[in-house]
Ligand binder design. Sequence first.
Ligand code: FNR
Length: 361
Amino acid sequence: MASEPVNVNEFQELARLALPKMYYDFYSGGAEDQHTLKENVEAFRRITFRPRVLLDVSRIDLSTTVLGYKISAPIIIAPTAMHKLANPDGEVATARAAASCNTIMVLSFSSSCTIEEVAASCNAIRFYQLYVYKQRHIAATLVQRAERNGFKALVLTADTPRLGRREADIKNKMIAPQLKNLEGLFSTKVSSDTGSILEAFANQTMDASLSWKDVEWLKSITNLPILIKGVLTREDAIKAVEVGVAGIIVSNHGARQLDYSPATISVLEEVVHAVKGRVPILMDGGVRRGTDVFKAMALGAQAVLIGRPVIYGLAAKGEYGVKRVFEMLKDEFELTMALSGCPSVKHITRNHVRTERERLH
Ligand code: FNR
């Protein structure tokens, strides 16, 4: 392959060549049979377009807003763990790329740079993703630190009471996370001589009793808007609106949690219909092309998040690689808009796509 990739998928191979097998497997893998991992991508492929012609598309405006923050395109950086395993600059490199692309970065709770390091590195718009450990004071401390350091929203990941079974990590005896933000707060040492040490660590720490009423607790300790990540059903979408979240992220955690969960793009519309515009809906999982971004927008998402493509860009080419990944998706999205007759994101409608179910009827 030429050294300059021409699309986001080509970054994956470069990342594979650049990374030790244990880390590549950790980043790329999904749960169990990896059915959902494939489906997240395949389900996008089953959606086709209903492009409109002879509309003035000489200027295309890709910009949008999320929670009032203007971004250059509806593409946001998803929270993913431990960027220093991909590149020595870790999340600082990712944040700098986000700043130069004028988009939002969601910093993972499991980051390998601290909240303070990322905040000091650049002026990217930052949201903070939260896991809640059995020791609730840890979440409270991190929320305060995120607030103090100018993070604009919290993303509560709701789909991880325990870690999904990732068989490559079990085989590789994947290491415990190096959670920089927890230094001095919590010991990340775990006892497990077999299987994934990461999984053993997560299962010892995560508060599996976390429930909807705890969103109230979270609201009581912060003034930041709270997005809930990991919603896949209309029931939970309605629940999320009832407890007063500021937004919903339709996500199956990049197919790393419950295998045979639906592809996220296939349930986006169910959530959109249930929510009826009361809060914004974002989605992630399997976005690899600008056409995927367009399809998600047409089905009602306000923006998409990208997980693995960012890591692959980071592993292959550091900050520049993350920037290229974003630009590639953005350029493809812009072309898709032009070829579909949409001069701005507001012009993208449900009528611009046809789902498989619609094709069969
Ligand atoms: C994740 N994801 C994730 N989500 C989260 O809320 N907190 C986290 O720390 C992580 N860590 C993480 C690590 C790795 C290696 C991956 C691949 C994913 C899930 C992530 O936010 C997002 O939901 C998916 O990555 C989206 O799917 P794609 O874009 O990777 O297909």
